[in-house]
Every structure is written in C-alpha cells, then in structure tokens.
Ligand binder design. Structure first.
Ligand code: NOJ
Ligand code: CA
Length: 544
C-alpha cells in the first residue's frame, strides 16, 4: 500500500456538486477479523488506498443490525452496527480516520421498510388488527369470501405477490422480500422516528445519506390495483420501474417527507447532503426529488442503462444536463452499483467489455456533476457469472432466478490464491469465492503498472481533481462536430479547455486539434498533427 499523507477536508459546503463518491459494499470490501465477511475495521485499514485512489467521499451500504436477508437492506436496529460488521466504536474510529484523510462518509438510509426482526414489526405481529402497533406498517384485510386473496394485485420487486398473510388473517405489504415489511409513512410516529435516526447519524459526523427506495415510501390512497391494462402480456410490474406509473411508487406526497428532512440536514454544519435512489417515469419527475428544499442529488440510472452507442450516450447526457439546469442541481452519474451487472460485462465482457468500460469511465469523469464509482470497477472487475447456485444469497434469486451476487464478490487485494488478501494474512475465507482470473486483477497486481485499469482511474481522478476545466466552477458541455459514432465535447474554465473524445464508431478515428493528450483509455499512436484513437477508446486533451 502506498504511504499516505493526511488531506484536510475541504471547507466547501457544496463539495458534493462535483465529488467522486466511491461505493463501499462493506460486506465485500475488506475483512479484518478473518471470518470471510468484510467489516468496518477492514474498511478503516484500507482507507489510505481510497485516499490515494483520489475519491472525495465513500458511500457505505447498510452495516446496521440485520438478519441479512437482503444484504442488510433489512434493518432491525437503525442505530447500531451489526456484530458481523463491528461496533459503533468501530464506526466512530473509521469516520474519524476518513475525515483525517479528507474522505467524507455517506451512509445508507433504508426508510421504505424495516426488517421483520425489527421490534416494531415483532410488536405488530403480536398486536391485534387495528392496533397502533399494526398502524406503523401496511396491514390490510384480504379479498375473497374469507379474505384469502391478497388485498390488491401489487407484485414484489423480488417476484411474487407483495403481500403475506399472518395467522389472524390480515395481510401485510412488502414491496421487497416478506422479511422487509413496508412502513406506513402516513403515520406521524414513523416520520418522527426517521427524523431522529437522521439526527443520530448526523451527530456521529456523517456527511450524507443515500436514500434507499426514495420513490417508494408513500402508496396511493386506498391501495388501488395496478390493473392489467397497464401491463402488456407477461410483463411484470417491476418492468415499469423508471418507465411507467405504479400506485406504490413516485407518489406526489413523498416529496413532503424530503421537504421535512432538508431543514434537518441544513441545520448541521459542513454541507450534509442526501442522494436519492429514486426511479420515476420520466427524467422530469425524477428531477422533482432534487432542489434547494428537497434532496441534493438523484442517481441518473439512464446513464447506466445507456447502450454502447454514441446516440444512446448523447441522448441520456443531454437529457440529464437539461434537467439539472432546470432544477439548478448537479447531475449524478453512475455506471455500476451493487444491484446491477458490472459494466465490463454489460458492455460485452472479456477484452471488449473492459476496453469499453475504461472508455466509459473517461466519458463519465469528464462530465459536469458528481460521479459514483462502485468498488472494484477501478480494477476492471467483471461480473462473476458462474457462481454456484447454492452460494447465491440474493433473495431475488429464489423468487425470480435473477441474482445480484455476481457484482458482490469480495475484492481482490493481493496474493496468489483466493480470496486474494480479502482477509488478514493466512485467512482463506470469503463469503463468496473470487474466480482464479482475479489474481491478475488484484490491487497489488495492478498498482504501478502503467496501462492497468487501476492506474487509469488514479490518473483520471488526479487530473479531474486538479484541472480547472473539470472543476465545479467550469463550464458545461459543448459538443463538437465529429464523424458518426464519435462523441466529443469540451469544457472550459477561463483559458483552460479540456476535450473528451470517445470512439464508439467501430473503426479507428483521428482525433486532432484539441491540444495536448492528458490521458487515454488505450494506447494512442500519433497520426499527423493528431492521434489515432482505436475502437472503443476515449481520451482527454487539454489546451491552457
Ligand atoms: C435498493 C437497494 O440498492 C437494493 O440492494 C435493495 O435490495 C432494495 N433497495 C431494497 O431495499
Ligand atoms: Ca469480518
């Protein structure tokens, strides 16, 4: 590991506007005690690596007390650390070190549902229908002569009906796993509880929150059916996510919740922020989550969903930038996260996928706004497609056959044998096995190797941090005229101009007239006054 110097946190309250945020899937990042599961002390040990990578902040996926039915998105105690991940004291020590190294910490907040092991749900099951204990969740009578049918036609995101019946005959709503009962956000007690949870973590020094299922907390009054007319034959309701209207998502009243949270965030010093994991029918509806009286950011999943073509990227970038101008908030780009197939694999896997993933990264990091990286993308990790079924833990797998485990395989750090330094010296345990091909992808195998993906990320992040034309104050995107299939745009700050060229055309192209080459995703050769940009490559050029 490289030696590191403390780097003070910037004093800028608007730090999040152009930050690079690194998503730590805690369970798979680094294991300090050798039980095969990543933990907070493991993360703390590896903070210097993240500081040297050059990111500004970390987003930590849930590490709270949880039965881990859904990787911790089933929280049983919102104010404590699961023993699997450490203790509150470990959290405090980790955040103190992170702040000393100039890294901000964003934690995940899971307000749509609790775990079924949460004391509130345990009490709800023990209490009678109509009781205040049940009123914290969404219990309802069933349909049919004896109430034997679910109250409506809503489907769980993880497959099957969104309702489960309890022994006294009532049903409760769970948009995800039955072990994740949905809270009733029309109940003031629920609202008060989460305001207190926000304060609990703000008091511990967190710099922000990633809001899980931010579009889901309010359900349409009367819990109406989705109705068959909304769907085409064979289509699951979840396929409308981000495309259509559903009575359990993106209801107007959800915005009242964020308007009540914003003053809480603003009452703390140091630019505390929140980013929404929200899905809405249109980019316009998504933009309603952000602004001076609601949340600071919402992930632009359209960028992640863009196919490998110039038209596709151009369209999503233009739409996101236009929306961000209207609401006066920065765009929030993301290529991979713990729910999606890693982008190396989405773009074709193997050498093709890696080439494209590296180019997409240079595209993303040159755009205005904030960028979110998912752990391991800086190593060019592909999705692990051949995990044995019996090791898969995603609750969606049993219900739909689709699993998100392949992007959650523990990181390879060093060494010759799996799990490649994931645990302490001598430990051979990891909760999912790393493939043998990852030996060559470990941090140690790539560090200092000039054309490695790790060094590409380090170089791009260093340039982004220091270049005026990539700063928060720099201008927006000016598209340049190019041959078909090539994207080129410039950003400027005073006399400094940075141009990003991405070749998605299927044939090499000459890039010239943009000044000095600063970084490229693949080796370039000189051609006349310019450079020959190979297929699926991107490069940054500068003029000062
Ligand atoms: C979104 C999270 O990213 C995902 O991992 C989780 O399964 C669902 N929300 C439910 O909390
Ligand atoms: Ca551990």
């Amino acid at each position: 590991m490289t030696a590191t110097q403390p780097r003070p946190l910037t004093t800028d309250d608007d730090w999040w506007r152009s930050a690079v945020v690194y998503q730590v899937y805690v369970r798979s990042f680094a294991d300090a005690n050798g039980d095969g599961i990543g933990d907070l002390p493991g993360l703390r040990n590896r903070l210097p690596y993240l500081r040297d990578l050059g990111v500004d902040a970390l987003w930590l996926t849930p590490f709270y007390t949880s039965p881990m039915v859904d990787g911790g998105y089933d929280v049983a105690d919102y104010r404590d650390v699961d023993p699997m991940f450490g203790t509150l004291a470990d959290f405090d020590a980790m955040i103190a070190d992170a702040h000393t190294l100039g890294l901000r910490i964003i934690v995940d907040l899971v307000p749509n549902h609790t775990s079924s092991a949460h004391p509130w749900f345990v009490a709800a099951l023990a209490a009678a229908p109509g009781s205040p204990e049940r009123a914290r969740y969404l219990f309802a009578e069933g349909r049919g002569e004896h109430g034997e049918l679910p109250p409506n036609d809503w489907e769980s995101i993880f497959g099957g009906p969104a309702w489960t019946r309890v022994p006294d005959g009532q049903w409760y709503l769970h948009l995800f796993d039955p072990a994740q009962p949905d809270l009733n956000w029309r109940n003031p007690e629920v609202r008060a509880e989460f305001e207190d949870i926000l304060r609990f973590w703000l008091d511990r020094g967190v710099d922000g929150f990633r809001i899980d299922v931010a579009h889901g907390m309010i359900k349409a009054e009367g819990l109406p059916d989705v109705g068959f007319g909304t769907l085409t034959t064979g289509q699951r309701q979840v396929e409308l996510l981000g495309k259509g209207r559903l009575p359990y998502f993106d209801q107007d009243e959800v915005h009242d919740i964020y308007r009540s949270w914003r003053p809480i965030l603003d009452s703390y010093p140091g630019g505390r922020m929140a980013v929404a994991e929200a899905w809405a029918e249109t980019p316009q509806r998504l933009a309603r989550y952000i602004g001076p009286d609601e949340l600071h950011q919402a992930f632009s999943f359209d960028f992640l969903d863009a196919t490998w073509s110039a038209d596709s990227f151009r369209k999503v970038v233009d739409t996101a930038l236009a929306e961000s101008t209207i609401v006066g908030a920065p765009t929030t780009w993301v290529l991979s996260n713990h729910d999606k197939q890693r982008h190396v694999t989405r773009y074709g896997d193997g050498p093709d996928g890696l080439r494209r993933a590296r180019a997409a990264t240079l595209l993303m990091l040159a755009l205005p706004g904030c960028a979110y990286l998912f752990q391991g993308e800086e190593l060019g990790l592909p999705e692990v497609l051949d995990l044995p079924d019996e090791l898969r833990q995603d609750p969606a797998f049993l219900r739909t056959g689709e699993s998100r485990d392949g992007c959650r395989v523990p990181l390879p750090w060093d060494g010759e044998l799996p799990p490649y330094g994931f645990g302490p010296a001598g430990s051979d345990r990891s909760w999912l096995p790393a493939p043998a091909t990852w030996r060559a992808l470990s941090v140690a195998a790539q560090a200092g190797v000039p054309d490695s993906t790790l060094e590409l990320y380090r170089a791009a992040l260093r340039i982004r941090r220091g270049h005026p034309a990539l700063s928060a104050d720099a201008g927006g995107v000016t598209w340049l005229t190019t041959e078909p299939g090539v994207l080129a745009f410039s950003r400027a700050a005073g006399d400094a101009v940075l141009t990003c060229v991405v070749n998605l055309s299927g044939a090499p192209v000459v890039a010239g007239g943009h000044g000095e080459l600063v970084v490229a995703s693949a080796p370039l050769t000189r051609q006349g006054d310019g450079h020959l940009l190979p297929v699926d490559a991107a490069a940054w050029f500068e003029r000062r």
